[in-house]
Design a binder for this molecule. Structure first.
Ligand SMILES: *[C@@H]1O[C@H](CO)[C@@H](O)[C@H](O)[C@H]1NC(C)=O
Ligand SMILES: *[C@@H]1O[C@H](CO)[C@@H](O)[C@H](O)[C@H]1NC(C)=O
Ligand SMILES: *[C@@H]1O[C@H](CO)[C@@H](O)[C@H](O)[C@H]1NC(C)=O
Length: 481
């Protein structure tokens, strides 16, 4: 009896200790790669709108949300995170751009440094002169150098390609003309390439941009893939944002663009007609139009997204009526390339083929962009442009945290700032305003959902930027108050 009991207890104890050891060893082994993952585990605050999104309910490691980082610019926001938490302060989320809030592929952040070094080395060994494009590196102005401090880490990379793109209009009251007289004059680079295209796919550029991860460079995009994808973007429609301007009747006046975010401030705004009366109408992510025309208009000339935000929008906002990107004769699609997924989907769309590999493998791009999609309807932001926006317009304190590699301007912010660099006049609707708490997250929410804040964007900083641009007279921001 005694012997048996002791034996059992011994066995049990050994098993328990063994298990604990296993867990401990596992934890040790996995700790490094897992650290970023922990932080992406979704917040489960019960009133979060995101928990209601179909995708977020799944515990798919590819689609996890993550908590906000420390930001010293703004007072901390009370949030709670379930798993191991790092963090504690909030970063606002934009109404214009909610979907990329959460689920950025987490792998890239962890792979970065190694890959960056590898690429830099391999490219260095071949010094080919393939670069026929006229490319000058624009050096930051003295003021910016001063502001940037000597200790600026290499991933910032505050220097960019410069390109001469002749102005399409002789608008006498354009943003480009006015910006020099404002506080934004110093940081505004008139000749930065907003879009990337065939001419940019050279060894020299690949070597230069392979240092920067995510949307800020080509790290992880091998040269072959880059050439194959960018070579399909080889017409003026690919480097001109407003490519059909010449075919429009009223070409001599200023090109007026309406930027439509998805913020709840648009609900019952009756702004639809005004929005549609602009020459160009830009929308992004989960832009539900049907049923909301009175408030948000019905035209879409430019639709901006990343492959990730597009897929998330389709899954998250189907219930609200979002069926995919708007499709019309005048609609162009602007990819924000976060990942090789974007290059692959873009190439498939341009060539009317199925996506050949990656997460979207086998998908038919015509399902998203219509049967008539062709290369001249597609555009893709240049990584220099995204990095420039991050460095000079939205240099968040997030860049001083462990989230520095996943932080980027939101899709809506990128869209607005791209218009600022390509349109003569810009009106912005449905972007976050200081009274954002008074409106639901989206104009199509059937009940109030608060705006949520995540680490990959600094929505409060974006909100402040819209206010500054509005006050400087560079954009007209729709506000209720
Ligand atoms: C792009 O088009 C030009 C001529 O229109 C051609 O010379 C060039 O080889 C093309 N580039 C690529 C990468 O296809
Ligand atoms: C410009 O021309 C287009 C096409 O003819 C027309 O639909 C639009 O109303 C015109 N816009 C303005 C502001 O006159
Ligand atoms: C928000 O709405 C309330 C009334 O619903 C109003 O009293 C308050 O002034 C509004 N706040 C802002 C910042 O507009």
């Amino acid at each position: 009896m005694m012997g048996m009991g002791l034996h059992k207890r011994l066995l049990f104890g050994t098993l328990a200790v063994g298990c604990l050891l296993c867990v401990y060893v596992l934890a040790l082994t996995l700790e490094m790669p897992l650290v970023p993952l922990y932080s992406f585990i979704q917040r489960t605050s019960s009133n979060s709108r995101d928990s209601e999104k179909p995708l977020n309910r799944q515990s798919n490691s590819d689609q996890l949300a993550y908590p906000p980082p420390v930001s010293t610019l703004h007072p901390p926001l009370k949030t709670h995170i379930v798993q191991k938490q790092v963090l504690d302060d909030g970063i606002p989320k934009s109404r214009s751009d909610d979907d990329d809030k959460a689920r950025i592929d987490t792998k890239r952040a962890t792979e970065k440094p190694v890959q960056a070094i590898k690429h830099a080395e391999t490219s260095k060994s071949r010094s080919e002169e393939e670069n026929k494009a006229r490319i000058d590196i624009q050096r930051p102005t003295e003021k910016l150098v001063e502001a940037a401090k000597p200790t600026e880490p290499p991933f910032i990379g505050d220097f960019y390609m410069s390109e001469d793109i002749p102005p399409q209009t002789d608008c006498s009251d354009s943003i480009r003309d006015r910006v020099g007289k404002t506080e934004f004059g110093e940081r505004f680079l008139e000749n930065i390439p907003v879009l990337q295209w065939a001419k940019h796919a050279t060894r020299e550029q690949h070597q230069r941009l392979s240092r920067y991860p995510g949307a800020h460079g080509w790290e992880g995009i091998d040269f072959k893939t880059l050439v194959e994808t960018l070579s399909v973007l080889n017409s003026s429609a690919n480097w001109q944002m407003l490519d059909d301007w010449k075919t429009r009747d009223n070409k001599s006046e200023c090109r007026r663009c309406a930027l439509v975010g998805n913020g709840g401030i648009l609900k019952n705004s009756q702004k639809g007609k005004e929005i549609d009366s602009h020459h160009y109408v830009f929308r992004t992510n989960g832009a539900v139009i049907k049923g909301f025309e009175q408030d948000v208009g019905s035209r879409t000339t430019h639709y901006t997204f990343s492959t990730n935000t597009l897929m998330n929008s389709i899954q998250s906002y189907a219930g609200a009526g979002y069926e995919g990107p708007p499709v019309s004769k005048e609609t162009r699609y602007i990819f924000l390339p976060d990942h090789d997924r974007d290059y692959l989907l873009m190439k498939a769309a341009a060539t009317h083929t199925l996506v050949e590999s990656g997460r979207e493998k086998g998908k038919n791009p015509m399902k998203y962009f219509g049967e008539d999609v062709s290369a001249d309807k597609l555009k893709m932001y240049h990584p220099d442009f995204i990095r420039y926006l991050r460095n000079r317009f939205l240099r968040s304190n997030t860049l001083k945290t462990k989230y520095k590699y996943i932080y980027r301007p939101s899709t809506g912010a990128t869209m607005l700032l791209a218009a600022l660099h390509t349109c003569d006049q810009v009106s912005a609707y449905g972007f976050m305003t200081p009274d954002y708490k008074n409106y639901s997250d989206h104009y199509y929410d059937s009940s109030y959902h608060p705006v949520g804040f995540y680490a990959n964007h600094d929505l409060r900083m974006e909100m402040d930027l819209w206010q500054q641009l509005h006050k400087a007279g560079l954009i007209r921001l729709y506000m209720r108050n």
